[in-house]
Design a protein around this ligand. Structure first.
Ligand code: UD1
Length: 371
């Protein structure tokens, strides 16, 4: 069985790593007997900076991509079109049995479209998540990918329900759990050993960690200025480490908002590597974010999370986990509640977020291949 695994942007890399590992385990167990898996890793090049791509390959011990499409940045149409053109050639040359895509970025959607039109089966890992907000580019990517995929691997019950509501046959839906947690479990000890908060002169549970990169929060200068004012006020309550995504950095510089703020209690730094990121989240008093993956990581690590968005495609992190939606209007109050209350929010880890999702996915792909 030949698979092409597609990764393009930072949040894809920790979802691809467990699949590569599970393929290795499978091939090791079935030497010469049963189905052997050949896999090819295709990097679209959507993310290309050292800290957005190569650092993650290194941190996660991922092999170098077999093929890099090097599409780079561009408008949605330009980036998608480049992936369509370049990935089609790869599929023609390699003729895989399956294309496996993860998450909800432009690379996910574009490679799915190519494969589906060529009659190549597509498996989508992290299927069924919905924010019901089509102003989010990722929601369009999720809808298109799930409409075209042949096998939909979901992380949680709500995702199954969304797909069933959209008319996806139950036979295509497999609940396998959360693939990001496989990677988190494998690396959390190393992340804790590194004590990444120390490089900022901070103590465990005595700082907040912030990441913000959604276009709806950071692309508009006025909204970004409000956010920075809010963070400056927030740094009066607790020191903040804000790891700044390239999109956010570009906008901060363009609007002259990148400056020394909050008497050094608001620390702006470059994006962190994988271990430093989960290590700093693990010991944060709370996290403020608009990332999808961090909502899940904080739920798993039982760290309070405030999500600066009006909605989430990961509602289970609210109903079962430690997540709460917030807005600039309610942020200060939400933070005071967290700081005053010594307890971590009650809740638990959702079912099947257990480190074995990669192996379940590979097992299921083999089952379908042999049908
Ligand atoms: C993309 C995903 C988003 C995901 C995020 C994680 C889409 C539609 N969006 O958003 O879902 O949460 O990745 O990081 O697929 N840039 C660099 N270096 C890089 C990559 C980007 O400088 O390596 C800058 C460029 O100026 C680029 C901008 O960041 O124009 C945005 O990059 P892009 O990949 O278009 O979207 P993200 O905001 O990163």
């Amino acid at each position: 069985m030949k698979l092409i695994l597609v990764a393009g942007a930072r949040p894809n890399f920790m979802k691809i790593a467990p699949l590569i590992r599970a393929i290795g385990i499978h091939n090791g167990k079935h030497k010469g007997l049963g189905t052997t898996i050949r896999s090819l890793l295709v990097h679209t090049g959507q993310h290309y900076n050292l800290e957005m791509s190569k650092a993650f390959f290194r941190n996660l011990s991922l092999p170098d991509p077999d093929i890099n499409l090097e599409v780079g940045s561009g408008s949605h149409a330009a980036q998608t079109a480049q992936i369509l053109l370049r990935f089609e050639t790869v599929c023609e040359q390699e003729a895989p049995d399956w294309v496996v895509v993860v998450g909800d970025v432009n690379s996910t959607m574009a490679s799915t479209l190519v494969a589906a039109k060529m009659g190549i089966r597509v498996a989508h890992v992290e299927a069924g998540l919905r924010s019901f907000d089509r102003s989010m580019p990722e929601e369009i990517n999720r809808l298109v990918t799930d409409a075209l995929a042949d096998l939909l691997f979901t992380p949680s019950e709500d995702a199954d329900a969304n797909l069933l509501c959209e008319g996806v046959p139950a036979s295509k839906i497999k609940r396998v759990g959360n693939i990001m947690i496989d990677t988190l479990l494998l690396h959390i000890n190393e992340a804790r050993r590194r004590k990444p908060f120390e490089q900022f002169g901070l103590m465990p549970k005595e700082y907040a960690f912030v990441t913000l990169h959604r276009p709806s929060n950071v692309d508009d200068g006025a909204s970004l200025a409000c956010i920075m004012d809010c963070l400056e006020r927030m740094s009066g309550l607790i020191p903040i480490v804000f790891a700044v995504h390239p999109r956010t950095r570009k906008n901060l510089l363009q609007h002259d908002l990148w400056k020394d703020r909050g008497k050094r209690r608001l620390i702006l730094c470059n994006p962190l590597g994988y271990h430093d990121s989960i290590g700093i989240i693990d010991q944060a008093r709370f996290v403020l974010t608009d990332s999808g993956g961090i909502q899940e990581e904080t739920t798993f690590l039982r760290v309070p999370c405030l999500t600066l968005r009006p909605n989430t495609e990961r509602p289970i992190t609210i109903t079962k986990g430690t997540n709460k939606l917030t807005s600039l209007g309610t942020l200060h109050e939400d933070i005071e509640v967290i700081l005053l209350c010594g307890e971590v929010p009650q809740g638990g880890v959702p079912e099947l977020w257990d480190g074995l999702t990669g192996e379940r996915i590979i097992g299921s792909l083999i089952e379908h291949h042999c049908l």
